[in-house]
Design a protein around this ligand. Structure first.
Ligand code: FES
Length: 189
């Protein structure tokens, strides 16, 4: 469990300063914190609450609403298999069952080595590549049982590190333009 790092605390204050209302920075700060640990820790949610001028319960209430935010530890790679209509018709449940059997876990669980979490997803807007699987929100498809095995092998071997960063990292590029830390007293520098 961890609080926001010093660097991210400073970045979080700069993000808050972009908004007319402090609480409007809530979701961006949740993503910032999630990128540190792969999920939102209690301590990080307390930090975010302080930064946004709201209660930790309000942070939790918002974070628990969004599928992209995780309040519990997840694997380095979150494999989200879409089972909505287009993917279902192409064998999504077979892929999901295969994923559970291959990794030895049920949907919603994480492998003991902390590498993989399986999730069942609603339509991921990748219907043209059914069965669509997202890995840490990066699209793969169409994925069948053999394709799933290749995907897991490539991830485990580190062959997709360029494409798929660890869970929580939305982008390796961070905004720097017009993002300045507030001066002491709350003024923009
Ligand atoms: S139904 Fe699976 S991505 Fe749309």
């Amino acid at each position: 469990m961890a609080h926001l790092s010093a660097d991210n605390q400073q970045r979080a204050e700069a993000i808050v300063a972009l908004y007319p209302e402090r609480r409007s920075a809530l979701v961006p700060l949740c993503h910032l914190a999630q990128a540190e640990e792969g999920h939102l820790t209690e301590e990080a949610m307390e930090d975010i609450a302080t930064l946004c001028g709201i209660s930790p319960a309000e942070v939790r209430g918002t974070a628990s609403f969004y599928d992209m935010l995780h309040l519990e530890p997840v694997g380095k790679y979150v494999l989200a298999v879409c089972t909505n209509i287009a993917c279902m018709l192409q064998g999504a449940y077979e892929v999901l069952e295969h994923a559970e059997a291959t990794l030895g876990i049920r949907t919603g669980q994480t492998t003991p080595d902390g590498m993989f979490t399986i999730e069942e997803a609603e339509c991921l807007a990748g219907c043209d590549q059914a069965v669509c699987v997202q890995v840490n929100h990066r699209f793969f498809g169409p994925v069948d049982e053999e394709g799933f095995d290749r995907l897991v092998d490539d991830l485990a071997a580190g062959r997709l590190e360029e494409t798929v960063p660890p869970h929580g990292v939305l982008s390796r590029v961070s905004r720097e333009v017009d993002l300045e830390a507030p001066a002491v007293g709350g003024e923009q520098v």
